[in-house]
Design a binder for this molecule. Structure first.
Ligand code: GTP
Ligand code: MG
Length: 443
């Protein structure tokens, strides 16, 4: 898949990556080539423009890393842009807990792959331990119910049908009642498709959605229709709030226009891709993996990531110097909070401080307590953060009030911080004291 765009991107990247230096003119030439490749891939013009402008802006503004070439750095920027336009992070289905019935509604044009995807999704959820039931609400095409029934039998998933009824809203209502009674935890509704987004189709989908109150409305789009898949998705979204996209026939898409346009045009993330005709040919959509398939530059990307880590290390060394000289202030302390929040745990922070590698951070850090400390520091002026000694009793009262804490807590923070600062200074000098410091700092 994506053969064309991949080849074109790799050609551009090859010319850039060999260069020892890279001028603004080089960047512009490379970006021009990327623009042509994107247009050729049938990416929406607005998306192409944004891609190009953001890439130029970032390439010119990037701080230069010493250990990699500018060309390599450029590749990383293009890689990150691709990931961004494909939707950043993988997006999971937002379903309720397994003891409640969640509802997934599939909608899309005729032949886009709704019925196949309904079965594929049911199959995937079943493998994940869910108890899905399919509801056949395409009452327009006579063979639609048979098709879904055959698929349901093949994957061993329950199905609700009512061949006597020609009102999809009533069928869905009865199907959901049945689903609750049978203690199923996800109902997947297959609906009728139309040639185009017309009032009849939208009216039906709206009425079904009103009845079903779905947790997820997935728009099923045929990747082979390129950027028009994004346009149709957008037209849908204007009438009904779609929560995600299933991009089908991904296996046959050599261009990539739909995948690269949909998120920007609709704001709805691609959640799954169909990669073949069989029920197993169905995968969550990982933007980073697709980007690396397009660029084929995984090695360079991780090389640049390492170089960026080194820059972080240099910052850590600056921090160490401050600690050693005991000029580490509450302002620096605050900055560390933000890092802890960003990294999600303290261990990675500890690892970053030179001389601290191998030290073990206490596992049960009290995030609530950290947040309180953060609020207290945020209520101080910059001058106070840099020199807490100037904080008199009336300011302490104000700070406590401003942070929703008490003077006692403010005092405790200041005392602990002073103790910590002295210990950190000693610690950097005496590695053996590390462990005890860490536990007191966090204790
Ligand atoms: N190669 C490939 N074929 C697919 C994929 N998904 C669906 N198809 C094929 O596309 C055709 C249409 O699929 P359906 O699931 O019937 O589409 P639909 O949206 O339900 O169609 P209508 O009910 O007529 O609106 C079938 O031949 C499927 O086998 C896919 O991911 N890859
Ligand atoms: Mg169908």
């Amino acid at each position: 898949m994506f053969e064309n765009i991949s080849r074109r991107f790799q050609d551009v990247i090859k010319t850039v990556s060999g260069k020892a230096t890279i001028s603004d003119k080089n960047i512009e030439e490379a970006v021009e080539q990327i623009k042509l490749a994107l247009l050729d891939a049938d990416v929406n013009l607005r998306v192409v423009r944004r891609f190009v402008n953001q890439t130029i802006e970032e390439a010119k503004g990037e701080k230069v890393l010493r250990s990699v070439s500018p060309g390599q750095q450029f590749i990383k920027i293009v890689n990150d842009k691709l990931i961004h336009f494909l939707g950043d992070e993988k997006q999971d289905l937002q379903l309720k807990g397994p003891d409640t019935l969640s509802v997934v509604l599939l909608a899309g044009l005729q032949g886009s792959g709704k019925t196949t995807s309904a079965a594929k999704l049911a199959n995937l959820l079943k493998k994940q331990g869910r108890k899905p039931i399919l509801i056949a609400a395409d009452l327009v095409r006579p063979a639609a119910i048979d098709q879904l029934e055959t698929l349901a039998a093949a994957i061993g998933v329950a199905i609700y049908t009512d061949r006597e009824n020609n009102n999809p809203v009533k069928v869905v209502k009865a199907g959901l009642k049945e689903a609750k009674k049978g203690l199923y935890d996800v109902a997947i509704i297959d609906t009728a498709g139309r040639h185009q987004v017309d009032d009849a189709l939208m009216g039906e989908i709206e009425a079904v959605a009103k009845e079903a109150k779905p947790d997820e409305v997935l728009f099923v789009a045929d990747a082979m229709t390129g950027q028009s898949a994004a346009d149709v998705a957008k037209a849908f979204k204007e009438r009904i709030d779609i929560t995600g996209v299933i991009l089908t026939k991904f296996d046959s898409d050599t261009r990539g226009g739909a995948a690269l346009s949909i998120k920007t045009i609709t704001k709805a993330p691609i959640k799954f891709i169909g990669v073949g005709e069989k029920t197993e040919d169905f995968e969550p959509f990982y933007p980073d993996r697709i980007a690396s398939r397009i660029l084929g530059m995984g090695d360079v990307v991780s090389l640049v990531e390492k170089a960026q880590e080194v820059t972080d290390k240099e910052e850590a060394e600056k921090l160490e110097k401050k600690i050693r000289k005991a000029t580490f202030t509450l302002e620096d302390y605050l900055e560390q909070f933000q890092k802890i929040k960003k990294m999600g745990n303290l261990q990675s922070l500890v690892e970053m401080i030179p001389g601290m590698q191998g030290a073990v951070a206490p596992q049960d850090i009290d995030i609530k307590a950290l947040k309180k400390e953060e609020a207290i520091i945020l209520s101080m002026t910059l001058a106070e953060r840099n020199n807490p000694r100037i904080i008199g009793p009336s300011r302490k009262k104000r700070i406590a009030k401003g942070s929703g804490t008490s003077v006692y807590e403010v005092n405790r923070l200041l005392k602990n911080f002073e103790k910590m600062r002295l210990m950190m200074k000693k610690m950097v000098k005496n590695k053996n004291a590390q462990q005890s410091m860490m536990s007191q700092w966090m204790g």
